[in-house]
Design a protein around this ligand. Sequence first.
Ligand code: IPE
Ligand code: IPE
Ligand code: MG
Length: 255
Amino acid sequence: MPIKFPFKKDKKQPRTEPLGLEENHIPKHVAIIMDGNGRWAKNRGMPRIAGHKEGMGVVKRIVRYASDVGVKVLTLYAFSTENWKRPKNEVDFLMKLPVDFLSTYLPELIERNVQVRTIGDFDVLPAHTQKAVKEAMEKTKDNDGLILNFALNYGSRFEMVHAVKQIASRVQEGEVDISDIDESMFSQELYTSELIEPDLLIRTSGEQRLSNFLLWQLAYAEFWFTEVYWPDFDESHFEKALYDFQNRKRRFGGV
Ligand code: IPE
Ligand code: IPE
Ligand code: MG
Protein backbone atom coordinates (compact mmCIF):
# COMPACT_ATOMS: atom_id res chain seq x y z
CA MET A 1 0.00 0.00 0.00
CA PRO A 2 1.54 3.32 -0.98
CA ILE A 3 1.66 5.88 1.81
CA LYS A 4 0.02 9.18 1.08
CA PHE A 5 1.62 11.67 3.39
CA PRO A 6 -0.25 14.95 3.70
CA PHE A 7 2.40 17.64 3.26
CA LYS A 8 1.98 20.78 5.24
CA LYS A 9 1.59 23.89 3.16
CA ASP A 10 5.00 25.50 2.87
CA LYS A 11 5.59 29.12 1.97
CA LYS A 12 8.97 28.45 0.40
CA GLN A 13 8.23 25.42 -1.71
CA PRO A 14 5.38 24.50 -4.01
CA ARG A 15 3.36 21.58 -2.72
CA THR A 16 4.59 18.32 -4.17
CA GLU A 17 2.42 15.36 -5.02
CA PRO A 18 3.33 12.35 -2.88
CA LEU A 19 5.63 9.93 -4.72
CA GLY A 20 3.91 6.89 -3.25
CA LEU A 21 6.17 5.13 -0.77
CA GLU A 22 5.85 1.43 -0.07
CA GLU A 23 4.93 1.35 3.59
CA ASN A 24 6.51 -2.05 4.18
CA HIS A 25 9.84 -0.91 2.75
CA ILE A 26 10.66 2.17 4.80
CA PRO A 27 14.31 2.21 5.99
CA LYS A 28 14.34 1.30 9.67
CA HIS A 29 17.24 3.54 10.60
CA VAL A 30 17.92 6.81 8.80
CA ALA A 31 21.03 8.81 9.67
CA ILE A 32 21.33 12.43 8.57
CA ILE A 33 24.32 14.77 8.32
CA MET A 34 22.49 18.06 8.62
CA ASP A 35 24.88 20.33 6.76
CA GLY A 36 24.81 23.79 5.18
CA ASN A 37 23.37 25.96 7.95
CA GLY A 38 26.27 28.41 7.74
CA ARG A 39 26.13 28.79 3.96
CA TRP A 40 22.35 29.18 4.07
CA ALA A 41 22.75 32.10 6.46
CA LYS A 42 25.68 33.63 4.57
CA ASN A 43 23.63 33.66 1.35
CA ARG A 44 21.10 35.81 3.18
CA GLY A 45 23.68 38.14 4.72
CA MET A 46 22.94 36.70 8.17
CA PRO A 47 25.31 35.35 10.84
CA ARG A 48 25.99 31.60 10.78
CA ILE A 49 24.01 31.08 13.96
CA ALA A 50 20.85 32.25 12.18
CA GLY A 51 21.27 29.20 9.97
CA HIS A 52 21.50 26.94 13.00
CA LYS A 53 18.33 28.43 14.43
CA GLU A 54 16.46 27.89 11.17
CA GLY A 55 17.87 24.38 11.00
CA MET A 56 16.36 23.58 14.37
CA GLY A 57 12.88 24.16 12.96
CA VAL A 58 13.66 21.71 10.18
CA VAL A 59 14.61 19.09 12.76
CA LYS A 60 11.10 19.33 14.22
CA ARG A 61 9.44 18.84 10.84
CA ILE A 62 11.69 15.96 9.87
CA VAL A 63 11.13 14.20 13.19
CA ARG A 64 7.36 14.44 12.66
CA TYR A 65 7.68 13.11 9.15
CA ALA A 66 9.97 10.24 10.15
CA SER A 67 7.63 9.18 12.90
CA ASP A 68 4.60 9.44 10.59
CA VAL A 69 6.07 7.21 7.89
CA GLY A 70 7.30 4.62 10.37
CA VAL A 71 11.07 5.10 10.53
CA LYS A 72 12.24 3.34 13.72
CA VAL A 73 15.48 5.21 14.39
CA LEU A 74 16.48 8.68 13.24
CA THR A 75 20.08 9.62 14.01
CA LEU A 76 20.90 13.29 13.54
CA TYR A 77 24.47 14.57 13.44
CA ALA A 78 24.19 17.70 15.55
CA PHE A 79 27.77 18.31 16.68
CA SER A 80 30.99 16.52 15.78
CA THR A 81 34.12 16.10 17.88
CA GLU A 82 35.77 18.39 15.29
CA ASN A 83 33.17 21.16 15.60
CA TRP A 84 34.90 22.50 18.75
CA LYS A 85 37.31 24.16 16.28
CA ARG A 86 34.61 26.71 15.41
CA PRO A 87 34.47 30.24 16.87
CA LYS A 88 33.41 30.29 20.51
CA ASN A 89 30.17 32.18 19.91
CA GLU A 90 29.09 29.56 17.38
CA VAL A 91 30.00 26.63 19.65
CA ASP A 92 28.14 28.30 22.54
CA PHE A 93 25.09 28.76 20.35
CA LEU A 94 25.16 25.14 19.18
CA MET A 95 25.43 23.97 22.80
CA LYS A 96 22.36 26.02 23.70
CA LEU A 97 20.28 24.65 20.82
CA PRO A 98 19.30 21.41 22.58
CA VAL A 99 18.06 23.52 25.51
CA ASP A 100 15.92 25.69 23.19
CA PHE A 101 14.79 22.76 21.09
CA LEU A 102 13.66 20.68 24.03
CA SER A 103 12.11 23.56 25.96
CA THR A 104 9.54 24.00 23.20
CA TYR A 105 9.42 20.56 21.63
CA LEU A 106 9.71 18.02 24.45
CA PRO A 107 5.92 17.91 25.09
CA GLU A 108 5.30 17.03 21.44
CA LEU A 109 8.03 14.36 21.52
CA ILE A 110 6.36 12.84 24.57
CA GLU A 111 2.94 13.02 22.92
CA ARG A 112 4.34 11.36 19.79
CA ASN A 113 5.81 8.51 21.83
CA VAL A 114 9.34 9.43 20.67
CA GLN A 115 12.32 8.18 22.68
CA VAL A 116 15.27 10.58 22.86
CA ARG A 117 18.80 9.18 22.96
CA THR A 118 22.28 10.40 22.25
CA ILE A 119 25.54 9.04 20.93
CA GLY A 120 28.86 10.78 21.51
CA ASP A 121 31.09 11.87 24.35
CA PHE A 122 28.34 13.29 26.53
CA ASP A 123 30.13 13.99 29.81
CA VAL A 124 32.25 16.84 28.48
CA LEU A 125 29.27 18.83 27.17
CA PRO A 126 28.36 22.03 29.07
CA ALA A 127 26.18 21.42 32.14
CA HIS A 128 23.10 23.18 30.68
CA THR A 129 23.27 21.06 27.52
CA GLN A 130 23.58 17.86 29.53
CA LYS A 131 20.72 18.86 31.83
CA ALA A 132 18.24 19.52 29.02
CA VAL A 133 19.14 16.37 27.13
CA LYS A 134 19.13 14.18 30.25
CA GLU A 135 15.68 15.46 31.16
CA ALA A 136 14.41 14.60 27.68
CA MET A 137 15.96 11.13 27.82
CA GLU A 138 14.54 10.50 31.27
CA LYS A 139 11.02 11.65 30.33
CA THR A 140 10.93 9.63 27.11
CA LYS A 141 12.82 6.50 28.17
CA ASP A 142 9.73 4.28 28.24
CA ASN A 143 8.41 5.48 24.88
CA ASP A 144 8.47 2.86 22.17
CA GLY A 145 7.87 4.94 19.05
CA LEU A 146 10.55 6.60 16.94
CA ILE A 147 14.01 6.65 18.51
CA LEU A 148 15.38 10.16 18.03
CA ASN A 149 19.10 9.76 18.43
CA PHE A 150 21.21 12.92 18.57
CA ALA A 151 24.90 12.60 17.72
CA LEU A 152 26.29 15.20 20.10
CA ASN A 153 30.03 15.62 20.36
CA TYR A 154 30.19 12.50 18.25
CA GLY A 155 33.25 11.26 16.37
CA SER A 156 33.49 7.83 14.86
CA ARG A 157 37.24 7.46 15.32
CA PHE A 158 37.01 8.44 18.98
CA GLU A 159 34.19 5.92 19.40
CA MET A 160 36.22 3.12 17.81
CA VAL A 161 39.39 3.86 19.78
CA HIS A 162 37.29 3.80 22.93
CA ALA A 163 35.85 0.42 21.91
CA VAL A 164 39.36 -0.95 21.31
CA LYS A 165 40.46 0.21 24.76
CA GLN A 166 37.45 -1.43 26.40
CA ILE A 167 38.13 -4.75 24.71
CA ALA A 168 41.89 -4.53 25.36
CA SER A 169 41.28 -4.02 29.07
CA ARG A 170 38.99 -7.04 29.18
CA VAL A 171 41.72 -9.07 27.51
CA GLN A 172 44.21 -7.77 30.07
CA GLU A 173 41.89 -8.77 32.90
CA GLY A 174 41.69 -12.24 31.42
CA GLU A 175 37.92 -11.93 30.83
CA VAL A 176 38.22 -12.22 27.07
CA ASP A 177 40.51 -14.25 24.86
CA ILE A 178 41.92 -12.52 21.77
CA SER A 179 40.49 -15.26 19.59
CA ASP A 180 36.99 -14.38 20.88
CA ILE A 181 37.15 -10.81 19.53
CA ASP A 182 34.75 -10.53 16.62
CA GLU A 183 32.60 -7.96 14.84
CA SER A 184 29.72 -8.46 17.18
CA MET A 185 31.87 -7.86 20.28
CA PHE A 186 33.26 -4.71 18.71
CA SER A 187 29.77 -3.44 17.81
CA GLN A 188 28.71 -4.01 21.40
CA GLU A 189 31.31 -1.50 22.57
CA LEU A 190 30.06 1.29 20.31
CA TYR A 191 27.56 3.98 21.35
CA THR A 192 25.11 2.40 18.94
CA SER A 193 25.20 -1.05 20.59
CA GLU A 194 21.46 -1.04 21.23
CA LEU A 195 20.47 0.23 17.79
CA ILE A 196 20.04 -1.44 14.43
CA GLU A 197 22.51 -0.30 11.76
CA PRO A 198 21.51 2.62 9.52
CA ASP A 199 20.00 1.61 6.17
CA LEU A 200 20.09 5.09 4.72
CA LEU A 201 22.47 8.02 5.13
CA ILE A 202 21.39 11.46 3.98
CA ARG A 203 23.74 14.43 3.71
CA THR A 204 22.57 17.89 2.72
CA SER A 205 24.49 20.88 1.31
CA GLY A 206 26.25 19.20 -1.59
CA GLU A 207 29.17 17.79 0.41
CA GLN A 208 29.79 14.13 -0.28
CA ARG A 209 31.82 12.92 2.67
CA LEU A 210 31.22 11.30 6.04
CA SER A 211 33.06 13.80 8.25
CA ASN A 212 33.79 11.15 10.88
CA PHE A 213 30.16 9.98 11.16
CA LEU A 214 29.29 6.32 11.90
CA LEU A 215 32.20 4.91 9.88
CA TRP A 216 31.65 1.36 11.15
CA GLN A 217 27.86 1.43 11.25
CA LEU A 218 27.40 2.72 7.69
CA ALA A 219 29.29 -0.18 6.11
CA TYR A 220 26.27 -1.24 4.04
CA ALA A 221 24.04 1.83 4.20
CA GLU A 222 22.70 3.47 1.06
CA PHE A 223 23.99 7.04 0.63
CA TRP A 224 21.80 9.88 -0.58
CA PHE A 225 23.11 13.39 -1.21
CA THR A 226 21.37 16.63 -2.03
CA GLU A 227 22.60 20.13 -2.84
CA VAL A 228 19.88 21.59 -0.63
CA TYR A 229 21.11 23.31 2.54
CA TRP A 230 19.70 21.88 5.76
CA PRO A 231 17.45 24.88 6.56
CA ASP A 232 15.75 24.38 3.15
CA PHE A 233 15.36 20.62 3.54
CA ASP A 234 11.72 19.61 3.89
CA GLU A 235 9.35 16.65 3.82
CA SER A 236 9.42 16.43 0.04
CA HIS A 237 13.21 16.02 0.02
CA PHE A 238 12.99 13.41 2.74
CA GLU A 239 10.29 11.60 0.82
CA LYS A 240 12.47 11.62 -2.32
CA ALA A 241 15.36 10.12 -0.34
CA LEU A 242 13.07 7.34 0.93
CA TYR A 243 11.68 6.81 -2.54
CA ASP A 244 15.16 6.50 -4.06
CA PHE A 245 16.13 4.13 -1.24
CA GLN A 246 13.16 1.95 -2.13
CA ASN A 247 14.40 1.78 -5.69
CA ARG A 248 17.96 0.77 -4.85
CA LYS A 249 19.10 -2.83 -5.08
CA ARG A 250 21.02 -3.78 -1.94
CA ARG A 251 23.24 -6.81 -2.38
CA PHE A 252 25.37 -6.96 0.78
CA GLY A 253 28.12 -8.57 -1.21
CA GLY A 254 25.86 -11.23 -2.73
CA VAL A 255 24.55 -11.44 -6.26
C1 IPE B 1 25.78 22.06 9.85
O1 IPE B 1 25.91 23.25 9.19
C2 IPE B 1 25.57 22.21 11.33
C3 IPE B 1 26.73 21.81 12.14
C4 IPE B 1 27.86 21.34 11.72
C5 IPE B 1 26.57 21.96 13.56
P1 IPE B 1 27.30 23.98 9.07
O2 IPE B 1 27.44 24.90 10.25
O3 IPE B 1 28.41 23.02 8.90
O4 IPE B 1 27.09 24.84 7.77
P2 IPE B 1 28.14 25.06 6.60
O5 IPE B 1 28.59 23.70 6.17
O6 IPE B 1 29.26 25.86 7.18
O7 IPE B 1 27.38 25.77 5.54
C1 IPE C 1 29.48 17.52 9.85
O1 IPE C 1 29.44 18.74 9.21
C2 IPE C 1 29.05 17.66 11.28
C3 IPE C 1 27.64 17.97 11.49
C4 IPE C 1 26.73 18.10 10.58
C5 IPE C 1 27.26 18.11 12.87
P1 IPE C 1 30.72 19.69 9.11
O2 IPE C 1 30.26 20.89 8.40
O3 IPE C 1 31.32 19.87 10.44
O4 IPE C 1 31.71 18.82 8.23
P2 IPE C 1 32.91 19.28 7.27
O5 IPE C 1 33.78 20.18 8.07
O6 IPE C 1 32.29 19.99 6.11
O7 IPE C 1 33.56 18.00 6.85
MG1 MG D 1 29.26 22.17 7.30
